[in-house]
Design a protein around this ligand. Structure first.
Ligand code: NAP
Length: 314
């Protein structure tokens, strides 16, 4: 660990990659750490219609592929390592991973968010055996079967539309009688004959006799009734795609970083946190709009501010 890098960026989603691009162009000695694969949530997206300048057939993996290529071109050291602890309070920051230790003058936290769980009986047990959190990853397993998508936001409704390419029928289960998703997305779903809606309902229990999901109980919050849904006998299974929002991925940060009531990092307009030399970018921070475009914007601001911080303090 002899070397002190200029900047360590944790997380290679759109925010981290954009930060890396700006840091690379600013000739900062930058290490970008990613625990799984680059891209974050956006690589699970089959269709991107709202990132400026993207071609019509844009997908998450394509966009991220170009971003990774771009940061490599500017000399950023992208390493696939999982950060296990961060010591951020001293002037020189220490980052431990499953493969080694790093030191840097500044750190950008861009770890994003993870899918929120329903926390109902059977959900954990049947994850990967009927319960899924990613349509792009698992849709193909449900060719000509029935799928229940849980949630009423943009993600749930977009995924429901995507899943109709595979499933025989897609039921969207929402806890209210009005979707949260953007109107344009709602319209597409309402016009899709393969989609129907189960309103005012929440999942009470998921179960299965043969090790895969073949039964689910929904609770109607208005009538108080519970209804049992069973897999078609010929199918023997149905899919439950849970899309009820995300939770900030802050578990490895030490408690010195201030979080808001939702658990997201509090950062100011310069994207500085309360800890000197530590910045936050993307879905991990408290903000009003979580999109690729706002994540990319955050990355740029955080990298430029980190550069200024390093110039003024080292
Ligand atoms: P979200 O907007 O937070 O929506 C979560 C949905 O799940 C809501 O409908 C919510 O119901 C429901 N829900 C939450 N907890 C639940 C529970 N325990 N049981 C049942 N239902 C529950 O999350 P998201 O759809 O993942 O979107 C996250 C962000 O990404 C948003 O800002 C969204 O605009 C953005 N996004 C944008 C696009 C796009 O523009 N193309 C695509 C995907 C995501 P209530 O409505 O009753 O609260």
């Amino acid at each position: 660990m002899s070397k002190i890098h200029d900047l360590i960026i944790v997380g290679a989603g759109p925010a981290g990659l954009s930060a890396a691009l700006y840091a690379g162009r600013a000739k900062l000695d930058t290490v970008l750490l990613e625990k799984e694969k680059a891209g974050g949530q956006i690589v699970t997206t089959d269709e991107i219609e709202n990132y400026p300048g993207s071609p019509q057939d844009e997908t998450g993996p394509k966009l991220i592929g170009r971003m990774v290529e771009q940061v490599s071109h500017f000399g950023v050291d992208l390493r696939y390592e999982e950060v296990t602890s961060l010591e951020l309070n001293e002037k020189v920051k220490k980052v431990k991973t499953n493969k080694g230790e790093y030191e840097a003058k500044a750190v950008i936290l861009a770890t994003g968010a993870v899918p929120r769980k329903l926390d109902v009986p059977g959900e954990k047990e049947f994850t990967g055996r009927g319960v899924s959190y990613c349509a792009t990853c698992d849709a193909a397993f449900y060719e000509d079967l029935e799928i229940y998508v849980i949630g009423g936001g943009d993600t749930a409704v977009e995924e429901a539309i995507y899943l109709t390419k595979f499933a025989r029928k897609v039921h969207v289960v929402h806890r209210r009688d009005e979707l949260r998703a953007a109107k344009s997305i709602q319209e597409k779903a309402f016009a899709n004959e393969k989609i129907d809606f189960i309103w005012n309902s929440v999942v009470k229990e998921i179960s299965g006799e043969e090790g895969v999901v073949d039964r689910m109980v929904l609770h109607n919050r208005v009538t108080g009734e519970d209804t049992e849904y069973l897999a078609d006998e010929d199918d023997g299974i149905f899919g439950v795609f849970v899309q009820v929002g995300y939770l900030p991925a802050t578990s490895t940060f030490n408690s010195s970083i201030n979080l808001d009531e939702g658990g997201y990092i509090k950062a100011n307009e310069e994207l500085a946190t309360n800890v000197e030399g530590v910045f936050a970018a993307g879905d991990i921070r408290g903000k009003i709009l979580r999109q690729v475009v706002t994540a990319a914007s955050d990355g740029a601001v955080a990298a430029i501010q980190a550069e200024k911080y390093i110039e003024n303090n080292f």
